[in-house]
Every structure is written in C-alpha cells, then in structure tokens.
Design a protein around this ligand. Structure first.
Ligand SMILES: [Zn+2]
Length: 329
C-alpha cells in the first residue's frame, strides 16, 4: 500500500465499532501469517537469482502469482517463475495455512487430529493429510547421523499395522480370490485381555534407538535384531572411539568386539539398571517413553508410514522450526 493510502487507512481506525475492531484484528492476524509465508518463499528467489530453466542471470519482476508471490521473467528464455517453481510446495495455494499445519505438527502442544486441524483451517481432511505426509518427508533427515562419547543403544517396538488396507474386507467377500493376510487381526491374539495365541512377536517391528550425551538422537526401523543387522546399523553412525551402553542384546556385544570399543551392559531389574553412574541407558529409555506418548493417539499408524512418524517425533523432540521446514521445501 502506498504511504498516502496507508495514512488514510489509519485515520479510519477511530470510526471502527468494537465488533469491527475485533474483526479487523482477526484479519490482520491472517494477513500477517500470509505475509510471513510469502516472505519465506520469496527468500528463495533472493538467494537463487538465476533462471531455473536456462540458468540465465538477467531477470525482471513480472507481477505476482495468484498466491501473491513475486513472479520473475527471464530475459533470456522469456519464461516466468516464482520462488515455488520446482519446489515440493508448488501446488499449494495457501502457504500460510501450510505453515500453520507445520506449526501444529512441530509446536509445543500435542498435534491435532487431521480432521480437527482440517476443520480449524477450513480445509479438506485429505489436503491436511497430504500436507502432513509432505512435511514428514521434509523431516526425513531429523535423526542424527554421528554419535560420540557414551552412546546408549536400545530397541523399541511398534506393532505391524495395515491401517487403511482392504485385505480382510476383500478376503471375507471372496476368500478364494483373496487369501487371508499372513497376520491375524491384533484383537484375535487376545481373549479378554489375555494373550491366547502364539506367533505375535514376529509382528512387532523393531526400532533401534541411539542417544549420546551431547543430545544426538536417532530412531531407525531395522528389519530384524540379528547381530549382522545391528552391527551394520551401528557402523554407519558410531564414532570409532565411542563407548557403548546397551541392554546386552548380542548384536551390541558383537559390534563392540569387532570395533574394540568398551561396552557396558545394563540389567533390566531394579538395582542393575546402571552399570555405573555414567554408564546407563536412561536417556534412550526416556526417549522411548516420549515416543510412546507421541504415537499413542495415532492408534498404530500404518507401518508403511512409520518411518515418517519416527522422524516427525524426533523433529518435535528437538524443536525443529516449522519455518525452516517450509524453507527446506
Ligand atoms: Zn531463462
């Protein structure tokens, strides 16, 4: 707005009724969030000035997109682009709401359900779900990849879940065309809360957890708990002179032997939970407890999305800035 118009706009404030003041406040809040999101998108074209099509470095301003983002035109190839061209958020017309969804995912409060968040933002629930998946992918590097000093290792488990799958429905409708899925449904393993069927443990997906005293943390789904799997996973992230604390699963001992590092085994019974005041796995255990609290409301997310949920949890746990996520996209 031109400064002359702005001055006239401000003098009109005195004529507002109390209800109009409230309404204006809400609208200003919306406008601020929208500006903020646009500024982040435009920051990209300030960093990368060259044309994304021909890499030419002569450009001119070329109006704004429907979303309100500054558009440019290349003087070489005559094509136009904006800060969203070629990015993962190119199809999103309300970057301000997208940022609000990222804030909900990464804020201090518990994330809302997809349905509730969609209602609050005035969006379709499928849109919010797609955005969450997009943000989860952007968070895929949230786990640390280097562990030094005293490193704690432990495993957490998550039930295999085929949420959203139609396998059983199809099987009941036509058992000959659709054989029964390999796993029974979870409720069938219990009768009145008591475990009555065997073979349940192989459907628990192991998650390797690592923490160190500098605050590094990692959650990684592993295919099994074999020695070779554990060794290979540790090899990629452990410093050569690290010290390992674990619950004594044989894979950890094998890794410590191979790499000639100190290994402290911690018991699971009271009084044996610390090998020494510095050698314990209480940070890893605390991380597990927080993971459990985070994942419970999702009621067993489908296993094919589990990795995304794990990295989402880590990003929340370490306080990743939602604006940084938008920028990364
Ligand atoms: Zn060009």
């Amino acid at each position: 707005m031109r400064s002359h118009d702005y001055r006239r706009f401000v003098t009109a404030f005195d004529r507002l009724t109390p209800a109009q003041i409230e309404d204006a406040r809400t609208r200003l809040g919306d406008a601020r969030r929208r500006r903020e999101a646009l500024a982040e998108i435009e920051a990209r074209t300030k960093r990368e000035r060259n044309c994304p099509f021909c890499a030419g470095d002569r450009r001119q301003r070329w109006g704004r997109t429907r979303t309100g983002v500054q558009r440019y035109r290349c003087e070489g190839c005559q094509r136009t682009w904006s800060g969203r061209t070629g990015s993962a958020i190119r199809g999103i017309h309300r970057p301000d709401l997208f940022l609000a969804a990222a804030r909900d995912m990464l804020g201090d409060r518990k994330p809302l359900s997809v349905r509730k968040l969609a209602g609050r933002l005035g969006l379709d629930k499928h849109t919010v779900w797609r955005w969450r998946m997009l943000i989860q992918r952007a968070l895929s590097g949230a786990s640390d990849a280097a562990f030094v000093g005293v490193v704690e290792a432990d495993e957490a488990f998550q039930r295999e879940s085929r949420k959203g799958s139609r396998e059983w429905v199809r099987h009941f409708r036509d058992p000959r065309a659709w054989p029964a899925p390999p796993r029974r449904r979870w409720h069938e393993y219990r009768h009145r809360g008591v475990l009555t069927m065997r073979g349940l443990s192989r459907w628990q997906l192991p998650i390797l957890t690592l923490t160190d005293r500098s605050g590094a943390r990692r959650l990684e789904r592993i295919p099994d708990r074999r020695d070779s799997t554990i060794c290979q996973t540790l090899r990629q992230v452990m410093a050569a002179d690290a010290v390992l604390c674990s619950d004594g699963l044989s894979g950890y001992a094998a890794y410590a032997r191979q790499h000639r590092i100190d290994h402290f085994v911690v018991g699971s019974k009271p009084g044996t939970r610390m090998a020494s005041p510095t050698h314990h796995i209480q940070n890893a255990n605390a991380l597990h407890a927080r993971l459990k609290g985070f994942i419970a409301p999702f009621r067993g997310p489908a296993s094919r999305y589990l990795d995304g949920y794990l990295q989402w949890f880590i990003a929340r746990d370490r306080g990743v800035d939602p604006v940084a996520v938008l920028r990364a996209l």
